[in-house]
Design a protein around this ligand. Structure first.
Ligand code: MRU
Length: 386
């Protein structure tokens, strides 16, 4: 097995904690750069289980079966997966062909989150300049580490840029509680650290602003009920888990001051793909004049797409995720059937919220309107045709 000749040790400046201990969602195993470690999210919030990933297939399974999920974390995991894929590849053109094939295996795991494509593209381009197999591995590892560190920085900066939005509402309300609704898990567990949608919330809470979060449970995988609730609880942020259908009612009764969600893919025109149900929250927010913000780093933009509804691929998952529900009972996870055994079910993973329903985008470079011109003002170096 090729050994990389540059090894970076795992650097901890995480602010996110489990039981008071700093964690990230993914890291290179200390002392063993041939193994990547993740928190296997299928077991949260009731068990914290660390999983070792050592082969392309193990990485592909971890992404597809959602041991890891959330756009930035999918990207980072695939980046490390591509690095691990180089370790047993030969040198020369033959080696590049093997690595390319393995990259396609990783890329085929989940279709909606653009971070998967963006991150693997970055690592693929970086490793090309390596002459030997070992050099390619070293370059791939360095790039995977770099994009992971960048992702942490970007999420922290999203918090800094989003904080004034919450501060303003808090001031307007005379320091009364700011109620923020979020959907799915766009927290540190979906990223490497800090989160996207949760980053401004953590920043506000840490600054002493009185915030309370309405947490959509997010059927069918319940990322809100399991993961967002878990991380907010661990960080001491007041929150309440609600059913996915409660948001509209709460907005009609002035119980929501602000909605912040994440994104799996945002077009260069500001259309936002995010977890199924996000669109309905945006509609309810629009009808009730509640500001609806999307927090995302540049890695979650698709610079090639203009029309989100037409062009963003929407993942359809196993209908059994809808028909069955998994929970913790008698000290272990158990799964039960909800529907009649023979009722068919459909499981759309994401929906697209048109830019016109989005108040603004919170990025690592600042806040902009969800429009081609707004996005261009923050990312002028990208190529645009609109
Ligand atoms: O299916 P998932 O759990 O990967 O979906 C995650 C989401 O929809 C998140 O809101 C999105 O990835 C933004 S994460 C910072």
């Amino acid at each position: 097995m090729n050994q990389p000749f540059v090894q970076r040790t795992f650097r901890t400046f995480a602010t996110m904690k489990i039981n008071g201990q700093h964690y990230r969602t993914i890291w290179v195993k200390p002392g063993d750069a041939t193994t990547i470690q993740i928190i296997d999210q299928r077991h949260l919030p009731h068990q914290v289980i660390i999983e070792d990933l050592r082969s392309t297939d193990e990485f592909a399974r971890a992404i597809r079966d959602m041991h890891v999920r959330g756009a930035p974390l999918i990207g980072s995991t695939a980046a490390y997966g591509l690095y691990i894929s180089t370790l047993s590849a030969p040198g020369g053109q033959e080696g590049l062909a093997v690595i390319r094939e393995r990259m396609e295996v990783l890329r085929a795991t989940r279709p909606t989150a653009i971070d998967l494509q963006n991150a693997t593209e970055r690592v693929w381009l970086a490793l090309q300049s390596g002459q030997s197999a070992a050099e390619r591995s070293a370059l791939a590892l360095a790039e995977a580490n770099a994009l992971t560190e960048e992702s942490v920085d970007h999420c922290r900066q999203i918090g800094e840029h989003g904080l004034p939005l919450i501060e303003t509402i808090s001031r307007q309300k005379g320091d009364k509680t700011v109620n923020i609704l979020t959907h799915c898990n766009a927290g540190w567990i979906a990223c490497i650290d800090h989160g996207t949608a949760t980053s401004p919330i953590y920043a506000a809470h840490d600054k002493g602003i009185d915030v309370h979060v309405w947490v959509d449970e997010t059927r069918p995988r319940n990322q809100g009920a399991r993961l967002t609730a878990f991380e907010l609880l661990e960080h001491g942020v007041p929150h309440t888990v609600i059913t996915d259908n409660a948001g509209g009612h709460l907005m009609q009764h002035d119980q929501v001051d602000l909605v912040i969600v994440g994104s799996d893919r945002t077009t260069r025109t500001g259309d936002v793909a995010n977890k199924i149900g996000t669109y309905l929250k945006a509609l309810a927010a629009y009808d009730n004049s509640v500001p609806f913000y999307v927090a995302l780093p540049h890695s979650s933009f698709d610079w090639t797409l203009e029309d989100g509804l037409e062009d963003i691929p929407i993942e359809e998952r196993d209908p059994n995720e809808v028909k069955r529900i998994r929970g913790w009972a008698d000290g272990k996870y158990q799964e039960v059937l909800l529907t009649p055994e023979d009722s068919p079910a459909a499981n759309f993973g994401f929906d697209v919220t048109p830019a016109r329903l989005v108040t603004g985008l919170i990025t690592e470079r600042g806040v902009c309107s969800a429009s081609a011109s707004g996005i261009r003002s923050l990312y002028p170096e990208k190529e645009y045709t609109v």
